[in-house]
Design a protein around this ligand. Structure first.
Ligand code: SF4
Length: 361
């Protein structure tokens, strides 16, 4: 893991929106609304770092990853890769950049063609981009297999002959074939056994150092991203609610959603585990077609305060170096003046006066 967060970003996402239209009617095909999968998301990914992007299923984190790679068209906003605005580029203009931006998928089996040998799967990107001639191709495939810890004869076998962890290694070898700068790893270990997860995360870390890679590591579980991430961004219902250096986030989470997510992460020390309080969130994730107004988290937030939480959108504000939070009451939570409540008790809570807020970032 590299330490970063300084210098020019390799990837900048600015006020990104990705909406998917909802249509109705057989004769008159009418646009009746939008699924607001990503709604005004901004962050940077610095060269050589791993930014963890975490949130529940359906929060829009995978859509962000795919939009950065231009697999989805942004509805609004800007995506800048290595200083170049790629938001409006056509597929032909994206082609040279595709070499530099790769993706690793959650389900390694579904992403590998079962009818192709592993050698062909890894060699195809090299062939498509004209990066290796016939003789060099098999040598390069063997090198890549070795890099990801697979035997050289794996090239002549087929994906179904491998375990889940080995298939993820094949996917990694394919992603590395074009010598990329940036990899979006979309839940790369979620489908794997816990023991295998650690092996793949260790491998990703080693490859980052060897190949000077920058990762956007997407996961639904804060425990998974802890060891690989330099910084972590937490997403809720299409928006970023907190970004922080990784250690700081685990020691001092400030957004109520992050606090609730972390309270569910198991702690290896049984004494600490027995004493701590798990915060259960009320209800399900609301529909991104009709997100709650003001603070989107207010329908489930155990820290909710009267009026302001339900009338005013909280801006993403800087609370300390590199730590930004979208909550009106982050200072009170940090100071311990606000405690989580049962949702039923919320209506009787006295109104706290928030500390003076620094300007939005
Ligand atoms: Fe909870 Fe209010 Fe903060 Fe939103 S602004 S996260 S509802 S305390």
């Amino acid at each position: 893991m590299s330490t970063n967060g300084a210098g020019a970003p390799l990837v900048s996402v600015e006020h990104l929106k990705v909406y998917f239209p909802i249509r109705s009617g057989i004769v008159l095909d009418r646009h009746v609304g939008d699924i607001k999968a990503v709604d005004n998301v901004s962050f940077d990914v610095y060269r050589g770092e791993t930014l963890g992007l975490v949130g529940e299923s359906g929060c829009g984190k995978s859509t962000v990853g795919r939009a950065i790679l231009r697999l989805y068209d942004p509805t609004e906003g800007r995506i800048v890769f290595d200083g170049q605005d790629i938001t409006e580029l056509k597929e032909s203009q994206m082609r040279p950049l595709r070499r530099r931006m790769q993706m690793i998928f959650q389900d390694p089996f579904a992403s590998l063609n079962p009818r192709h040998s592993v050698g062909r799967i890894i060699g195809d990107p090299l062939r498509a981009h004209g990066l290796a001639k016939r003789g060099d191709l098999s040598k390069r495939v063997r090198e890549l297999l070795q890099v990801v810890g697979l035997p050289p004869d794996a090239g002549s076998r087929f994906p179904h002959e491998f375990s889940g962890g080995q298939r993820q290694r094949i996917g990694l070898a394919r992603s590395l074939a074009l010598n990329p700068d940036f990899i979006v790893a979309d839940e790369p270990v979620s489908a794997l056994d816990v023991s295998i997860q650690a092996q793949i995360i260790n491998l990703l870390e080693r490859l980052q150092g060897e190949f000077d890679l920058t990762y956007l590591f997407i996961a639904h579980d804060l425990a998974v991203v802890r060891h690989i991430s330099d910084r972590i961004a937490v997403m809720y219902l299409g928006s970023i609610v907190e970004i922080s250096p990784a250690e700081e986030l685990y020691e001092n989470p400030l957004h109520p959603y992050t606090i609730a997510l972390l309270s569910a992460v198991p702690i290896p020390d049984p004494e600490v585990e027995a004493k701590r309080e798990t915060i259960l969130l009320a209800g399900d994730l609301p529909s991104p077609a009709n997100p709650p107004h003001a603070c989107r988290f207010h329908t489930r937030c155990p820290y909710i305060q009267p009026t302001r939480c339900t009338t005013e959108v909280p801006a993403l504000r800087k609370l300390s170096d590199g730590h930004v939070v979208a909550c009106h009451w982050a200072e009170e939570i940090k100071a311990g003046r606000l405690r989580p409540k049962e949702r039923e008790a919320v209506a009787e809570q006295p109104l706290l006066q928030p500390a003076e807020e620094p300007p939005p970032v």
